[in-house]
Design a protein around this ligand. Structure first.
Ligand code: ADP
Ligand code: AMP
Length: 216
């Protein structure tokens, strides 16, 4: 099963992808996570993209296309993958089509996480991530057992620099101006399935399983 998760920032793509990836034993490829690793490690790419990411803009297409291509050809992706946060514009969608064709990979479905704008702001401003394992929490909707500490490995929870008000606004505009058009694109080729991402986490997960026709 080869899936793409599409939706605005804060719609819960990462949360659901992690859970589904565990259930189906598939790799969760979060392009945002891959980029954050570059920044954290201080690579040349990382240095070039840090400010762009903090402001909430898209990093250059060459960077994300290359990262995605290198990741999906790894052996652990042979039985499928969940691609989260790529493609985010038409150039990337075309590049994805080309790389899938070259590797003889068929896209199973594109899951669109549909959510109202007012829910996005409260979700992103309350998001906390583990420095060690990347687990994602929410101070109100999905709190850790102990404040500021990851349930899984005791790692410190931090707030992403791009989850601050100005960046949230920019990311939402970027989504509207560049990413949203992809919904039509995948609808046309009959790959798109939609879940109501505004519901609570367990309900969205149940709907997601139904949408990809995978029983509970
Ligand atoms: P995305 O990957 O689409 O940017 P995340 O999965 O990181 O979104 O979720 C954004 C924030 O919203 C996180 O703090 C997460 O814990 C929280 N969240 C995710 N899904 C839900 C939901 N269904 N209801 C409430 N909060 C949610
Ligand atoms: P995410 O973790 O998906 O919220 O992504 C965080 C940030 O990483 C985005 O705001 C962008 O700056 C960058 N990013 C992630 N995916 C892409 C992509 N496909 N194209 C360009 N930039 C991306």
């Amino acid at each position: 099963m080869n899936l793409v998760f599409l939706g605005p920032p804060g719609s819960g793509k990462g949360t659901q992808a992690k859970r589904l990836a565990e259930k189906l034993s598939l790799p969760h490829i979060s392009v945002g996570d891959l980029l954050r690793i570059e920044v954290q490690q201080g690579t040349v790419t990382g240095k070039n993209i840090k400010a762009i990411m903090e402001a909430g803009n898209l990093v250059p297409d060459e960077v994300t296309i290359e990262l995605t291509r290198n990741r999906i050809i790894q052996p652990d992706c042979a039985k499928g993958f969940i691609l989260d946060g790529f493609p985010r514009n038409v150039v990337q969608a075309e590049a994805l089509d080309a790389m899938l064709e070259k590797e003889n990979i068929i896209l199973s479905k594109v899951v669109y996480f549909d959510i109202a704008k007012d829910q996005i702001v409260s979700r992103l401003s309350g998001r906390r991530s583990c420095r060690k394992c990347g687990a994602v929490y929410h101070i109100k909707f999905n709190p850790p057992k102990n404040e500021g500490i990851c349930d899984k490995d005791g790692g410190e929870l931090y707030q992403r620099a791009d989850d601050e008000e100005n960046s949230i606004r920019t990311r939402f505009d970027v989504y509207n101006n560049q990413t949203q058009v992809l919904i039509e694109r995948y609808k046309k080729v009959k790959k798109l399935v939609t879940v109501d991402a505004g519901k609570e986490i367990n309900q969205v997960y149940a709907d997601l399983l139904l949408a990809i026709k995978y029983g509970n």
